[in-house]
Ligand binder design. Structure first.
Ligand SMILES: [Zn+2]
Length: 312
């Protein structure tokens, strides 16, 4: 085929051309946090999300399952309805623009062609500069499936003949992984950290939005008895309960990744940090994006560029 002068199937420029994203980048930054369940995006990203929203950037959360299995007293349809309502409260509390909840039941998420196409379209419609998701070696089958789906869809976002009814956007995403403590196949590597201590209150209130989790299903997992939970009418008591039962999920991170935190914020000892690892299967963040996130208080501590295998 003589390709000179031929009309491309891309609606705009070819996103694989070097410098494509640099040339197209202009704030606001669009960030999409994709978790398996309705609470996964919140647990490790509420502070970062709040930081972005406050600075006028755009954030959407996505849960790829409907949350219908996590309860010890209720039936699945009722749990799913309730958890959807809880995500509406998260939207208000954090100020994010959407919290999409997929219609796949818990424990049943698989990286199927149908879900791959659905997710590709969802990503294209928002055109995020950054996607944040689970690492593929996570403990939960739905988390792993979500990670694979994101990995698959992220590359296909830039392939115009895949799902041609939704056009390729003007940016394809960088992928960051949510922090975890798993060591197989390798321990989490904090490449980007952000001090979110000033958002402690809004983080606690975001956690408290997930009433069916924080005050019911997860209580034993957090080491408490159901009898320890203050009554529904005691809003302040419940907020305090969240602080002591669940907030350690994020406050612990400053200690777990203390070397990285000290490198990022020498001598400052921030109380709450959120940390992210760069996936090598997304687009490397461009300088304008890196600078923007540093201007919001974040710190890139990736000493060497990862071996990026996809679009440069
Ligand atoms: Zn989950």
């Amino acid at each position: 085929m003589d390709v000179r002068g031929m009309k491309s199937k891309f609606p705009g420029a070819d996103p694989r051309v070097p410098g494509f994203t640099d040339r197209n980048f202009k704030p606001p930054l669009r960030v999409m946090v994709i978790g398996a369940h309705p609470d996964d995006p919140d647990v490790r990203c509420s502070g970062f999300a709040r930081t972005l929203v406050e600075a006028g950037h755009r954030v959407r959360f996505v849960a790829l399952c409907n949350g219908d299995k996590g309860h010890q007293f209720m039936d699945s349809p009722d749990v799913a309805r309730r958890r959807y309502g809880e995500t509406r409260n998260v939207i208000k509390t954090l100020g994010i623009e959407d919290y999409y909840v997929n219609d796949v039941p818990d424990c049943m998420l698989e990286p199927t062609l149908e879900e791959r196409a659905k997710l590709t379209k969802l990503i294209r419609e928002f055109a995020p500069h950054i996607i944040i998701t689970h690492r593929p070696g996570d403990y939960h089958c739905d988390h792993r499936a979500a990670a694979i789906l994101v990995q698959d869809a992220t590359y296909l976002v830039g392939v115009p003949l895949w799902c041609p009814d939704v056009p390729v956007p003007d940016t394809i995403p960088t992928v960051l992984f949510i922090a975890d403590r798993f060591s197989t196949p390798h321990p989490f590597r904090p490449d980007f950290v952000i001090d979110v201590s000033r958002h402690e209150d809004v983080i606690a209130r975001t956690f408290a939005c997930h009433e069916s989790q924080m005050f019911e299903w997860l209580v034993p997992e957090h080491g408490f008895s159901l009898d320890d939970v203050p009554p529904e009418s005691d809003r302040e008591g419940r907020l305090e309960f969240v602080r002591k039962s669940a907030l350690h999920l994020i406050t612990d991170m400053a200690h777990v990744f203390s070397d990285a935190v000290e490198k990022a914020y020498p001598g400052r000892n921030p109380h709450i940090v959120e940390a992210y690892e760069k996936s090598e299967y997304g687009r490397p963040p461009v300088k304008a994006e890196r600078d923007l996130l540093e201007s919001l208080g974040g710190r890139w501590i990736d000493s060497t560029e990862s071996k990026w295998t996809q679009v440069k």
